[in-house]
Design a protein around this ligand. Structure first.
Ligand code: ADP
Ligand code: MG
Length: 447
């Protein structure tokens, strides 16, 4: 529990302060709502008491313990006051000295269901994760989440862990990356206690292994994984696995593991769409604004980012973080111009470089029109509608302003362009043919 709490404190106070004050503490247990620690010096003990008591207690509660206060004494710590006893001190915090200890990897405090924005591309994965966390009966087993990098797999797995710790703390959850799984297995082999290793794994209620593609091709680990996996499934324990691809597409994964993975519920997290990106940006911007209330912020920037940045959510987050840092450091308002300047590198990387000429050409082709129809004054529906679609695409796929777009389309007024954009938006909701055309053209242009 202290490991979990410790990583919470780390994100809260930052790695530097954490490394200096928190890491050197030795956790001595939790009794009667009081958590006890030993610090390497009186100075350190005093500092922690005065500066970090609240954070530590809060983190312990968050990790599922009950802690009302902390007590810090001066004593022997893992960091090693009192040469020679530090190894003994370290061993004391382990239940079975010398054995591989079954501990979850640290959980990211932000990765909760509350902070996960649901949209069409991830709704199934979210629902499956929720189900695992909220329902003790094992319904789908295993649950296999797959999707590209930065789409929320790890976030969902941590969210399951947090939610179970909160709702049914007696359920034992083990969350590991496949890499850690392998590492522990190798340690167990070295120490010649693979039996204990197996037993440890088999004592959990929910096992989550992240990024399983990592063990593909690592044969002995795969076999061990497979046995653990089977034993857990056979005894009705829940398993959640993530991978960057569908089980069938992970090369060098043993056939029997692959087919066993496919027995359960396989859910795909699709690349984010515009709506989801916007939703995520809104939620993160709200958080950022709560933290930095003095920053002034033009909400249009979010739409701009949702259009212009790729599907990887991590990159979106990074962009927003940078904007807020910049705004608060130099006291500038976050506007479209500022965003363009500040994120030039990111925007360039994801710049589709779609030009209006290209849009007009593709749209004309698609509707069997001449290129000149895009700029002509003809108002017949068969021409006017495609022209509106082209204007809409020009607005959404390029960073050109309404007047600039109007000029390109035969010197039209910016209100005409605005009207076209609105028209296509509302038609897309009611007319599936238009919606499909727009989607298809968008994809062709973005490719
Ligand atoms: P993966 O494990 O699939 O590579 P992560 O779970 O690490 O991706 O997600 C990358 C980042 O994007 C994390 O900071 C995560 O919080 C964020 N993120 C991804 N999807 C969402 C979402 N739907 N709502 C909020 N944040 C998200
Ligand atoms: Mg991940």
């Amino acid at each position: 529990i202290w490991d979990q709490a410790c990583s919470i404190v780390k994100t809260e106070i930052g790695p530097a302060a954490w490394g200096r004050w928190i890491e050197p503490l030795a956790f001595r247990g939790l009794a009667a709502d009081t958590a006890r620690f030993d610090a390497p010096s009186e100075f350190a003990a005093d500092w922690v008491r005065r500066h970090y008591a609240e954070e530590i207690a809060g983190a312990l509660n968050e990790a599922g313990a009950r802690c009302a206060q902390i007590e810090v004494n001066v004593g022997v710590t893992d960091a090693g006051v009192g040469v020679g006893v530090s190894a003994g001190a370290a061993a004391r915090t382990l239940p079975e000295p010398g054995e591989a200890v079954l501990r979850s990897a640290p959980l990211e405090r932000r990765f909760t269901f509350d902070q996960f924005v649901v949209g069409r591309p991830n709704e199934l994965a979210h629902a499956a994760a929720r189900r695992v966390a909220e329902d003790d009966s094992v319904v789908y087993n295993p649950v296999f989440l797959h999707g590209g990098v930065g789409l929320g797999k790890t976030h969902l797995m941590h969210a399951i862990s947090w939610r179970i710790a909160e709702r049914t703390p007696a359920r034992k959850v083990l969350y590991l990356s496949a890499e850690q799984f392998m590492y522990r297995f190798i340690q167990a082999i070295k120490k010649d206690n693979t039996m204990a290793f197996k037993e440890q794994f088999r004592s959990v209620d929910v096992l989550m292994v992240d990024d399983v593609q990592f063990i593909a091709g690592k044969n002995s680990t795969q076999i061990e994984f497979f046995h653990t996996f089977n034993a857990l499934i056979d005894s009705g324990k829940q398993i959640v696995i993530s991978g960057d691809r569908a089980p069938g597409d992970i090369e060098q994964l043993e056939e029997r593991i692959r087919s066993r993975l496919q027995w359960g519920l396989v859910v795909d997290i699709h690349p984010t769409d515009y709506e989801l990106r916007l939703g995520i940006l809104q939620s993160k911007a709200e958080e950022a604004l709560a933290r930095e209330p003095s920053v002034r912020f033009d909400p249009k920037v979010l739409e701009f980012l949702a259009h212009r940045i790729s599907s990887n959510v991590r990159v979106l987050e990074g962009a927003l973080t940078r904007l807020f840092a910049f705004a608060s450091l130099v006291g500038r308002e976050i506007t479209l111009d500022m965003a363009q300047e500040c994120l030039a590198d990111l925007l360039r990387a994801s710049d589709r470089k779609v030009t209006i000429d290209e849009i007009m050409r593709k749209v004309a082709d698609h509707y069997n029109l001449r290129l000149s129809d895009m700029t002509s004054a003809r108002r017949a529906r068969a021409v006017a509608r495609p022209r509106q679609v082209a204007m809409y695409l020009a607005k959404t796929l390029t960073s050109k302003s309404l007047p600039e777009i109007g000029r390109k389309f035969g010197g039209r007024d910016h209100t005409t362009v605005m009207h076209a954009v609105k028209r296509v938006e509302s038609l897309s909701d009611t007319d599936s043919q238009i919606a499909e055309d727009v989607e298809l053209l968008r994809r062709m242009l973005e490719a």
